[in-house]
Each structure stands twice: as structure tokens, then as C-alpha cells.
Design a protein around this ligand. Structure first.
Ligand code: FE2
Length: 186
């Protein structure tokens, strides 16, 4: 399944991509360097996904669902928790036993987020909002995710926003979030 369609299809595609990366990590033995590479890719995808959901999905949830505020607040809290795990994860190498614990924690948190959205939130939103509304949100979400890099590689080109993303002092999670939201812009 490629990207496109309404907001629910778009975000579901993101979920499958992250599932796939988690599967690749689980298929490798602890300590394998490739696990860190896949973890970094998953973190990038997850931050992009979270920023897009916070900008467009949760405002729609607040608008269209009668208990939307409660639902959106809980999802945002879940994102904050996953982001704390991702920040801890970005600091450890694949050969650190802490890496195994943190990646396990992140997978548990994200899989529960995904189940919750796909089993509850998305079906409810689909029946509450028009397809036209959901299509418009899909376009906005795709637009919102565009600014972020696809890889955090040190060989990234020396032009904005990549050089900004590699600025020292902050971690990858914050740099990606800043680039996507325009936070901390001069
Ligand atoms: Fe999601």
C-alpha cells in the first residue's frame, strides 16, 4: 500500500511502515549494528507521524467526536511518552543492553497506539466526518510530513534543513520536530 488517499489511509500506511521496521529489528540478533539503523529510521518516521497527527488529526478529533477532547488529550500524552523513550533510545548504541530494553519499550508503546487508533479512533472518525473532510486532511498530513529528512545520516547535504538538523546540542527527535514545526526558527 502506497501513500495517498484520505487521512486514515495515509496514517495507516505510516503505521505499516513502522511495523515493518520493528519487524526487521526483531529479526536481527541483539547487538547487531543494523538494529540501530532501523531504530533511527523508525524514530524519524514516528516523529513525522506524531507531528502530522498533532497538527491535523487531533484537531479533527476534537471537532468531530463528542468526547474528542478527552480522546485527543490521551493520544497526545501517549506521544509524549513515546517521545521520551525515543530520546533515551537515540543516546544508546546497538551494543548497549539498554538499547534492547528501550526498543522493546518503544515497540510496546507504539503497537498499543496503533491498535488504539485503528480499532477505535479511525472507525469513529470515519463515521463522524465526511469523506471530503477526510481527504482534505489526508493532503494536509502529507504536506506536514514533507519537511523532515528521510535519514539522519551524517553524510546529509550541507544545505538547510539538513544542516540545521545536524546542529550540535540537541538530539535527533528534537531536531526533526523543530524542522517540521518550524520551532526554534530565527
Ligand atoms: Fe498514529
Amino acid at each position: 500500500m502506497g501513500h495517498g488517499g484520505d487521512v486514515i489511509a495515509e496514517l495507516t500506511t505510516d503505521h505499516r511502515e513502522v511495523d515493518e521496521l520493528f519487524g526487521k529489528i526483531e529479526a536481527l540478533s541483539p547487538g547487531d549494528k543494523q538494529r540501530k539503523k532501523y531504530a533511527d529510521q523508525a524514530v524519524i518516521e514516528l516523529v513525522r507521524h506524531s507531528v502530522a497527527e498533532e497538527a491535523y488529526l487531533y484537531p479533527a478529533v476534537r471537532e468531530f467526536l463528542p468526547d474528542g477532547d478527552t480522546v485527543a488529550d490521551k493520544e497526545i500524552e501517549d506521544h509524549a511518552e513515546a517521545e521520551r523513550t525515543m530520546k533515551a533510545l537515540e543516546a544508546v548504541g546497538a551494543d548497549d543492553p539498554e538499547f534492547d530494553r528501550l526498543i522493546g519499550e518503544l515497540m510496546t508503546e507504539i503497537r498499543s497506539h496503533v491498535r488504539d487508533e485503528e480499532d477505535n479512533l479511525f472507525p469513529r472518525l470515519r463515521s463522524a466526518a465526511s469523506e471530503e473532510e477526510l481527504m482534505k486532511l489526508g493532503d494536509k498530513v502529507r504536506q506536514a510530513k514533507k519537511t523532515a529528512p528521510t535519514r539522519p545520516h551524517p553524510s546529509a547535504p550541507d544545505t538547510p534543513p539538513a544542516n540545521k538538523l545536524l546542529a550540535p546540542g540537541t538530539g535527533m527527535v528534537d531536531r526533526i520536530r523543530d524542522a517540521l514545526t518550524g520551532r526554534g526558527k530565527d
